[in-house]
Design a protein around this ligand. Structure first.
Ligand code: 5GP
Ligand code: ZN
Length: 138
């Protein structure tokens, strides 16, 4: 088993585990972006969100939702940034789905999700909407 998060799920690699369900594991990031930086992963290996089963996706988001408040309160934060690097080009470094819960404070020096992206030309919104509806089979 080479996947590092599968090895954490299996208990082969130590981690600061904060929550466990049959379908999810939550543990602290080894190089935290902030105190309380928690990662929630599905226990079954899957690289990308789009490859998850609906049941696994339901379980993952339920755990994220259940942990968001306790993680934030444990470190006296004001909010959380919750995000997923999903696939090539996104910055995903571990190819096992993981949701970052990163506690936030006013003026903590970080930005919003919007600050990840740069300006530039964009296709017309109507065209992109049509392309996505087509991809969805609508
Ligand atoms: P990504 O960049 O793929 O969204 O995030 C991967 C995260 O996994 C990084 O924030 C990194 O610090 C964390 N990470 C990588 N290896 C380990 C590990 O062995 N244990 C823990 N707890 N976190 C890890
Ligand atoms: Zn894995």
């Amino acid at each position: 088993m080479s996947c590092i998060f599968c090895r954490i799920v299996a208990g082969e690699i130590p981690a600061e585990v904060v929550d466990r369900t049959p379908d999810t594991l939550a543990f602290l990031d080894v190089t935290p972006l902030a105190d309380g930086h928690t990662m929630v992963v599905p226990t079954a290996h899957v690289a990308r969100i789009e490859d998850m089963t609906p049941a696994a996706a339901d379980a993952l988001f339920r755990t994220v939702q259940r942990l968001a408040g306790p993680v934030r309160k444990a470190v006296n934060a004001a909010g959380n940034t919750i995000g997923i690097n999903d696939g090539d080009g996104s910055g995903q470094t571990v190819p096992h789905v993981h949701v970052h819960i990163v506690p936030r404070w006013p003026n903590d020096g970080g930005g919003s999700v919007h600050t990840i992206f740069r300006g530039g030309d964009r296709r017309p919104i109507k065209d992109v909407g049509a392309a996505i509806r087509t991809a969805l089979g609508k």
